[in-house]
Design a binder for this molecule. Sequence first.
Ligand code: IVH
Length: 668
Amino acid sequence: MSFEEAKNRIAALSAELKEHSYKYYVLAMPSISDFEFDKLLEELVALEKQFPELVDPDSPSQNVGGYITKEFQTVKHRWPMLSLGNTYNEQELLDFDQRIKKAIGENFEYVVELKFDGLSMSLTYENGHLARAVTRGDGTQGDVVTENVKTIRSIPKRLHSGDYPADFEIRGEVFMHRKAFDRLNEERLENGEPAYANPRNFASGTIKLQDSGEVAKRPLDSFIYFLYTERRLFDTHWESLQAVKQWGFPVNNESRLCSNIEQVLQFIAEWESKRYHLSYEIDGIVIKVNNYSQQEELGFTAKSPRWAIAYKYKAQQVETELQSVSYQVGRTGAVTPVANLKPILLAGTTVKRATLHNANEIVRLDLHEGDWVFVEKGGEIIPKIIGVNLQKRQAGANPIHYITNCPVCGTTLERKEGEAAFYCPNDEGCAPQIVGKMQHFTGRKVMNIDGLGDETIDTLYERGFIRHISDIYTLYSKADQLKQMERFGEKSINNMLDGIEKSKQQPFEKVLFGLGIRYVGATVAKKLAAYFKSVDHIIAASFDELNAVEEIGERIAKSVIDYFADAQHREEIETLKSLGLQFTAEEKEVVLASEKLSGKSFIISGTFSRSRDELKDIIEQNGGKILSSISAKLDYLVAGDNMGPAKLEKATKLNIPIISDEDLLAMI
Ligand code: IVH
């Protein structure tokens, strides 16, 4: 490839990867698989290696994807993870500035940074490899969550370039973008799972999951904000930030160098409103003395450094009038109250509605008709009502009572013991539930039917074509009638029918997820399908048998039992079976290509012309085993380019044969 061609290809790959990162992190709607993403990334890395002068410091190659397993252990932090003193107003900041001046004189600078609202993480790199990721814990010791953190695409697992030290620790914040949070939370609610209160809780809940496969599905992102080295490498924090960016770490671009407190205040004022236009949450600004010697001079209190402080923004609050309360019926039948408000500007957007969550919330607020309410946008995107201005309540105003009947079909609502939500039990006759279930079933993450979007389902339902999921699979017999309908061209009908036919190939776990059993989300469906292998086995399973499956608790087990106890549900499943949908799990029999590597263990390290996944498959398909760390038990180290010197040294010490990928292929 010529230099010019490489330049174009690198630009195209970078643009494509950045677009995919955006879809993955921000929107939580990846349009390609991780595998495809890694393939593109590998191509970019290979090209950049061939043409090092074309490597852009912002290149997506500076952050490489990773591998997963599980297990936590607690370790002591080498440098304690302190917190920051908080300030809430200008005066407190001016006092802080005065204290600093008193201690070190007038000659210093500040670095101001956004204060990301996530959880802090300590990362240790050894010879350019991410060796350990540890949560803050109590500040003295935290949990080792390396494998989970490896699933965060923006955190480099291996550093590409730069003269980084052999051993260093770097700290930053792990967080989730607002839109990703919104989307995933909506999905949780739809599955009948409790929603997370804000992106920070979602991120910390995720990083502590035992199943790192699940972590990998939730798009966490990160920003780095502090470097720790044994020997001082730079004079200032600012220089460190620039350097670690070159090493491949995600450093936020909004940080700024300030020569006095006035510039700091200016930065704070600027972000007071600009923060609402970020794709992620910040809860304030962090102010740090730039020079390391001056930081040392200032030192620490028991809890926090004297050279840094956080300015916290107040959650913005407005007061507006409650116009009415309406009720939404979800596909699971849960009826959610929503407050309709007199439109008002809050945190950069016009707010017209606020969620009231459930009946308890209406009672807690003691809402009355025409009340003036205080609305706040906290971590969550949907604003919430935090209280009522009682002084403005009209005399004789009627209290608002949560409804007793479904607002759509009129059925008496029910509440299960221990649950906050009321449900409409008429799942077979209540339109939003029927339509919602079909929309869920055909959706991208379930049967992924091309040409059958939510609006089409709406229309087909209204015109009486579909009522049950099974009706979708007999639509082909009504093709002529469908083609008569307005706005439905022959081509789009054929496209839809093709999509429907193709969806019959979707595996059992997707079909099971698609049925919309309460609390059975994608992960639970996968676990059930893998364990029971067929719908018949699930139907026949007792409560105890279900409950015995990993991660299936009593609530889910009961919900599954209730679902299949309903004769209409079982009948629908029989119909779907007869129409050709998958109700048994495909046995993933690993057919060994050979047994040539049987009894042999391998570690793959470094970069190769083929992906490491490919090499891993080759080893496993020929009976070999992959180990996670070098020990005397290891038979071979498959070494590629840029392998860490520590691994090499260890393997050499233990006399472990070091082979190339070509040697490996020759073995089989
Ligand atoms: S510096 C010695 N910089 O805020 C303190 N922290 O309240 C080093 N945080 O635990 C922290 N953004 O989780 C620093 N730009 C930033 C930050 C930041 C968010 C978090 C971090 C820390 C907490 C302190």
